[in-house]
Design a protein. Structure first.
Length: 396
């Protein structure tokens, strides 16, 4: 999952498992997150702050009174910036301080000021973990909404065998992502999204295309994956970022390629969202050699396959969402498409409006079903993607 735009605050306390947090920081950073690290003084005995600074590409704070930074009330600004706060490893001492409201260093002060979700990854001796004092503190923190990653079982630093090992970095990462994206209402659903424009050859060096960037389709794919769906993308020519490893990606070139891919993948999908802009026409005769520019070109065009109409005829109980990019009579044209293609929803937009055209990060859309018409204001394509998914769930 792409975590670009998310700020993850990681607090490292004084336990031998601190070395494992290096892997966590590195992995989150690679996924695009802005990772900020604070350490207790004891934590620096296990891992150097320089290590975390190198992995996170951000300054690591240990001392509340460190003056080596631009002026700001840093623990407050960091608490405001964070989308999630992770304490790993979380010692019994730190859990007790947090439960009792003690804020006597930079990390504890910052965590107390956090309003974002807080996730603790405990690590301690098994007898400490089972103690009444720790159990009381854990129960108190859970009652306040603090989240925990369960400890593992194995050989502990002291040589004992039992519970108390810090959870593995990948488990902490997974729990962190779940807190960042708590809506999982598409779990168990497969969403097929078509993205970008197709290309139709004129000769070996020229083609017919359009200005679709794929940004709207990419936003829908990300939103569906964030909400738990299995996501299949069928991608034409795109400039949008579709590198998310959660997507099962199929690349195509022509409208016929996209048609064949969608129909072959259709049995696997519960929801089909046709966000691509496939070419409606192709050259009837494609030149084998480059057409010389001094000779001019006269093209005879023929209609390409209508992917949405083909899906509409055989979709059965599957949900079909189509897009209508128009320049005039937007709603009327969109309603006609809704009926003709047997779609469940059409997302219409007038591409002549500022902020609603191809290649932008925003859109102005009207969502139309057989039962309602909903005109939306200018918003980011990410916001619109979630609204589209919300409305799909409302379709009977």
């Amino acid at each position: 999952m792409d975590l670009k735009g998310k700020c993850i605050f990681i607090g490292v306390t004084g336990g031998i498992a601190a070395y494992k947090v290096c892997q966590l920081v590195s992995s989150l950073k690679k996924r695009g997150a802005d990772v900020r690290v604070a350490m207790t003084a004891h934590a620096t005995e296990f891992v150097s702050p320089l290590t975390f600074e190198t992995l996170s590409a951000n300054r690591v704070v240990v001392d509340t009174f460190d003056r080596n930074h631009e002026w700001e009330v840093e623990h407050i600004s960091l608490a405001k910036r964070a989308d999630v706060c992770v304490i790993a490893p979380c010692t019994a001492d730190f859990a007790g301080k947090l439960a009792s409201g003690i804020a006597d260093d930079f990390l504890s002060t910052t965590v107390m000021a956090c309003t974002c979700p807080i996730l603790l990854a405990p690590a301690m001796n098994s007898k400490m973990l089972a103690s009444a004092a720790y159990r009381d503190n854990e129960a108190k923190l859970k009652s306040r909404g603090v989240h925990f990653v369960s400890t593992g079982h194995g050989i502990l630093a002291c040589g004992d065998i039992g519970d108390g090992r810090m959870a593995e970095p990948e488990d902490i990462e997974s729990a962190t992502v779940d807190l960042l994206y708590p809506r999982r209402d598409y779990l168990g659903k497969t969403v097929l999204v078509t993205v970008g424009g197709t290309r139709e050859r004129i000769d070996p060096v020229r083609y017919i295309c359009n200005m679709s960037s794929g940004k709207m389709g990419a936003a829908i794919a990300r939103a569906a994956a964030d909400r738990g769906a299995r996501v299949i993308t069928v991608c034409g020519n795109v400039t949008a970022d579709l590198s998310d490893s959660r997507f099962e990606r199929h690349d195509v070139v022509t409208t016929k390629d996209m048609y064949d891919a969608v129909l072959s993948l259709l049995p696997e999908a519960d929801i089909i969202i046709k966000a691509a802009a496939p070419c409606d026409f192709r050259a009837k005769n494609v030149a084998d050699n480059k057409i010389k520019s001094d000779k001019g070109i006269t093209l005879e065009l023929e209609k390409t396959e209508d992917i949405a109409e083909a899906v509409g005829k055989i979709k059965g109980s599957k949900k079909l969402v189509i897009f209508a990019a128009e320049t005039q009579n937007t709603e009327e044209s969109a309603r006609n498409k809704l009926v003709k293609k047997n779609a469940d929803m059409v997302v219409a937009n007038d591409v002549t409006k500022a902020g609603a055209g191809f290649g932008t990060d925003t859109n102005i859309a009207t969502i139309i079903t057989s039962e309602r018409t909903e005109a939306l204001h200018l918003m980011s394509k990410s916001e619109l993607a979630d609204i589209i998914l919300d409305r799909v769930k409302e379709i009977g």
